[in-house]
Design a binder for this molecule. Structure first.
Ligand code: 5GP
Ligand code: MN
Ligand code: MN
Length: 479
């Protein structure tokens, strides 16, 4: 590309402000990771984002970053919540796409040989793909209750226990949710999808802990070598997508004046304090609640399957939630900007909150060590649990990466890989995968993602998210 970056220090690169940029842009990457985004639109998109009114300090691209809609996936933009704006494209279509990890007290020996049985049972119990319905068939009142109350609704209905709320970002409910700001069309799309993985990149993976990097923090998280854990990745399905669509269209029309000053239409933003900013924020928070309930319902099914397969109640199998993190979200948070506490819309799109010890938002169980941060890698390579790092509040508005990040588009992936071959290769590595279609497996082949070890090592070196444990895939169902 023709965008010049200056090296600020190891792993920190900067695009200095020029015409129209209100602040610099920063990329957190190794030289190799930087090279991998040199030819896509990531850097241009990151530059464009710095034109948004009220953006503070710098727009940031995380080490897993790659191009997205308007704003890179792996991007963080913190914008003045009083005098700035909020931008749906900098949140993403899949509002509160995120990951949660469920622990068990099983070891790899307990599940080895049972992969096929587990995968088949999970595949039967958890709806996948575009159709397929949900775990709960919701009427209109149900959807409204879910949007309003999040995981607390699930607890009341018997799909969650108290500790599930305690171990979820924001305790599984955004109180600013405004179901009346969500269109009927969005609600109708959500009604049949309550408790469903969705397609493609979303998955449920059984994993085993292979490496422990920080024994004290692993202990505080209840993780140890050889333990079986479960990772669930999905979001707000058609409901969130529709919310994003609805508001992008309305904001483009109502705030065309602001839009005309931005370099990319995909960055459409509503000025802070405007009716649309309020409505979008309320609708987005409602979609966030929907996604948390979605992951909770899948957790409930997973517990039921494990209880069946292993012949013990899930409580006896130690199937507690470690944590649930959102990675497509904008949230009002208070951060220090030039020595002053300011309320900001922190947009994290393909980025994870990574608050260190002490921040009041970190659940009490983890407040002394820092919040768990879950970084999926791929169905071949492995994944990580990190801990919110001491430096994150200073350099990344309390954020780090969200995954390995894509190296190539889905179309490229299908030219490059054949689903059946990928599945066989994985079987050779003793990873048992089942998906709706072979195309999904090709699009999500381990080779389409960057090197998760490299991404995580940048996070760890910068001190924004520190390595705690590494996990390897055992079996996986794909959306
Ligand atoms: P995204 O939310 O951007 O679609 O995906 C988040 C991350 O999940 C990706 O960047 C990728 O590293 C990771 N990922 C995708 N598929 C799988 C999978 O099947 N298993 C695991 N462990 N990680 C995956
Ligand atoms: Mn998603
Ligand atoms: Mn995601």
């Amino acid at each position: 590309g023709n965008i010049t970056l200056h090296k600020v220090r190891e792993h920190v690169w900067e695009i200095p402000p020029e015409d129209g940029m209100r602040v610099p842009a920063r990329v957190f990457a190794s030289e190799r990771l930087l090279e991998e985004i040199a030819d896509d639109k990531s850097l241009q998109q990151l530059k464009n984002t710095t034109h948004l009114p009220g953006i503070e300090k710098y727009a940031i691209c995380m080490p897993d970053g790659h191009q997205g809609y308007g704003f890179p996936v792996g991007g963080v933009a913190a914008i003045d919540a009083e005098n700035g704006c909020i931008s749906p494209g900098a949140v993403g279509y899949d509002i509160n796409c995120g990951v949660r990890m469920v622990k068990t007290n099983l070891t790899y020996d307990d599940v080895s040989g049972m992969e096929e049985e587990l995968v088949e049972a999970l595949f039967d119990a958890v709806p996948t793909g575009l159709g397929g319905g949900g775990i709960v068939q919701g009427d209109r009142d149900t959807v409204d209750a879910v949007l309003e109350r999040g995981v607390d609704w699930a607890r009341e209905e018997g799909y969650a226990v108290k500790s599930d709320l305690e171990h979820c970002e924001d305790e599984g409910v955004r109180p600013d949710a405004d179901p009346s700001a969500v269109s009927q069309k969005a609600k109708d799309r959500g009604r049949n999808q309550l408790g469903s993985l969705g397609s493609g990149n979303h998955f449920l993976e059984v994993q085993r802990v292979t490496d422990v990097f920080d024994a004290d923090i692993a202990d505080a998280y209840g993780l140890e070598a050889d333990q079986i854990v479960i990772l669930i990745h999905c979001g707000s399905r058609g409901l969130g997508h529709q919310v994003c669509n609805d508001y992008l269209r309305d904001i483009e029309q109502a705030h065309s004046g602001l839009l005309s000053k931005l370099p990319d239409k995909e960055l459409a933003a509503a000025p802070a304090g405007s009716q649309l900013a309020e409505d979008y924020y309320g609708a987005m928070c409602a979609a966030i609640n929907f996604a948390w309930v979605n992951r909770q319902l899948i957790t409930h099914q997973t517990r039921t399957v494990f209880a069946d397969v292993f012949g013990e109640p899930w409580e006896d199998l130690g199937m507690e939630l470690l944590y649930d993190v959102a990675h497509n979200i904008a949230k009002k948070e208070v951060h220090d900007v030039d020595g002053e506490d300011k309320e900001l819309y922190v947009h994290r799109k393909g980025a994870t909150r990574a608050f260190p010890a002490g921040r009041p938002e970190v659940p009490s169980a983890y407040r002394d060590v820092g919040q768990p941060v879950i970084i999926p890698g791929s169905m071949g390579a492995g994944s990580y649990v990190l801990c919110g790092g001491e430096q994150s509040l200073d350099i990344s508005f309390g954020s780090t990466a969200h995954g390995a990040g894509r190296l190539m588009s889905r179309t490229q992936a299908k030219d490059e890989f054949w689903g059946g071959d990928v599945q066989d290769d994985l079987r050779g590595q003793e990873v048992y995968v089942k998906a709706e279609s072979g195309a999904t497996i090709a699009e999500e082949a381990p080779g389409v993602y960057k090197d998760v070890d490299e991404v995580v090592s940048v996070s760890d070196a910068l001190g924004i998210g520190d390595k705690v444990v590494r996990v390897a895939p055992v079996c996986n169902i794909k959306g």
